[in-house]
Structure formats: C-alpha cells, structure tokens
Design a protein around this ligand. Sequence first.
Ligand code: P6P
Length: 337
Amino acid sequence: MTKVVTLGQFIIERQSEFPYAKGELSRLLRDIGIAAKIVNREVNKAGLVDILGEAGTMNVQGEHVKKLDIYANEQFISALKSGGECSMIASEENEDVIHVNSAVSKNAKYIVAMDPLDGSSNIDVNVPIGTIFSIYRRKTEKGMCTMEDVLQKGTEQVAAGYIIYGSSTMLVYTTGHGVNGFTLDPSIGEFCFSHPNMKFPSSGKIYSLNEGNYVHFPEGVKKYLKYCQVEDDETSRPYTSRYIGSMVADIHRNMIKGGIFIYPTTASSPKGKLRLVYECNPLAFIVEQAGGRATNGFKRILDVNVKEIHQRTPIFIGSTDMVEKAEEFMRQYSPEL
Ligand code: P6P
C-alpha cells in the first residue's frame, strides 16, 4: 500500500527549498488548495443546476444561485483574504485589483493573480474547466500595494499553478523547482500526490487551436497548420487535431501526451485572446518548469513586458520541438508581427 502524501504534507516537506521562508508561501498554497476543494464541490453539482436553480434565481434553500465563475472568484478571494498571506489580488473577474487591507494582510509579502474559473462557458456542456493562479512577491516593502507590485514580468513569479476540474480534479503547481500534480480524493477531501516531477514531452503529435479562425490567422500560423497536416512518415505527420476550447484542459492533455496549443492573433482578437498576467504567464512558468516552451510566436512569454492586468497576448505553448517549428514559420511568413 503506497503511502498517501497530501498536498499539505508535500508543501511542508518541500518548504526546505525556500531556506529563508517562514512558511508564508506554504500557507498561501494551502489556502488556494482549500478554495479549490470548495469550488470543485460546486462545479460537480453544476449539472444539477436545474434542481438547485439557474444562476440568478433563488434555489430551494432560498439562496441566490450565482454563476459559477462569480462563485469561484468569491471563494478564492475569501480564502486569500482570510489566509492573511496575500496583500493584493488581480482577478479576471475584477476590472481593478483588490487590496487586502486587513491588519493581518496589508503587509503580507505575496500578490496573487488568478483566473478563478477559465472556460466557464464549457460548464453547461460538461467540458473540463480550470482555475489558474500566479504568485509574486510584492516589490513594495509594506503598506498599500501599488500597480508596480502586480505588473511584474512572468520571470518574477515565485509560484504558479492550475486546478483542472475534469474526469478527476487535479492541482498542478510549481515553485520553480519542477512541477508536481495532486489528484483530489473526494473520499478523504484531500489533494493527494499523484504526478511527481511532471515533464512536458519534448515532441508530440497533437496540435490544438481553433481552426475556425483560419481565415484570419497570421500567414505563419496557416503555414504551420498545413505543415502539421501533410503526410510525412519520417516525422509521423499528419499530426492529430485536438481542441477542447478550455485552455487548462488542452494544455494539461498536451503536458501528459505531448503537443502544442496555439491561440494566435485573430480578427476578433488582434492582440490574441488569452490574458498574459493570469493565464499565459502562470501556464508558461509551469510548462517551462516541466521542460516545455511558451512564446508569443517570437518572444518568451515570461519576458513580455506587463503593462496592464488584463493585457492579452498571442501564445504558442507546449512541446519544445513543436513550438520551435511553429516559430520558424512565424519568422519566415509573419515577421512583421
Ligand atoms: P475560442 C475559454 O473561454 C478560453 O478563455 C480558453 O480557456 C480557451 O482556450 C479559449 O478561450 C477558447 O477560445 O475562441 O476558441 O472559443
């Protein structure tokens, strides 16, 4: 019988990776894990929403039923506020940053950026969805945080992770010392260590992008897509197309099997659709820590200058060989971007 290691035990055991840490980051990761379990419970009930009442209606308990992404946002904010280790939050659901000004939190050293429930349009069709989070050390010493504290490059992240609410619920995170995965065991209500030292396969045969946007793709993406689709036994082409439409799910699958996920510029998203601060930077940190690659087609995502919290970016992320090949086509056919 293998020993079950919970997320909490793992975090404490690995605390030695931070010689000067006094446990704040460990407690912050624990707080996120607790909120993830609460969100998971509601996500799993989503299919029963008719019984519980549609979002915006009153359920049988007389409670107002919230949209799940609003609910998730509130749960993570509440956990971060009460945990006392976070002094400012940037969320996909909030236009402005949230200052955590309580006596216990206002000088806390960490900042959290998050997408509390990415892909929430997939909930109604029972497709996996995800939470994405990114943790920075604040740059200002103490007192009210400033935008300088949150508009930091991806290379400054101290930790990043995602929770995928799928056929099982997993929490995958890095603190810059590799990537580890934990699977929720509902029978004990704990995330249990299940995927040690996750490695992104250096090559793969899966490409993941919304081909419905083909007409407006940059020429380099069109050429790369055709490269993936032509017959070539030596390089096992044509590759396989897999697109879930839920970024965390697409990238998690590729991390296990190998592959590339691309969301380039399109007509409706001339700067790319996905958000740099709380989607692309945390996922890029995780993927790089697992040995993969993440760029905007030309430049490392983690090196992109951050100008505002809801900034968008094109993203090419996944198996290093595949991302580098796509970048070759971008340099050759879309150098102007
Ligand atoms: P499209 C979900 O809405 C999301 O933000 C990502 O999770 C996903 O990869 C992308 O948008 C899907 O966008 O335009 O292909 O529907």
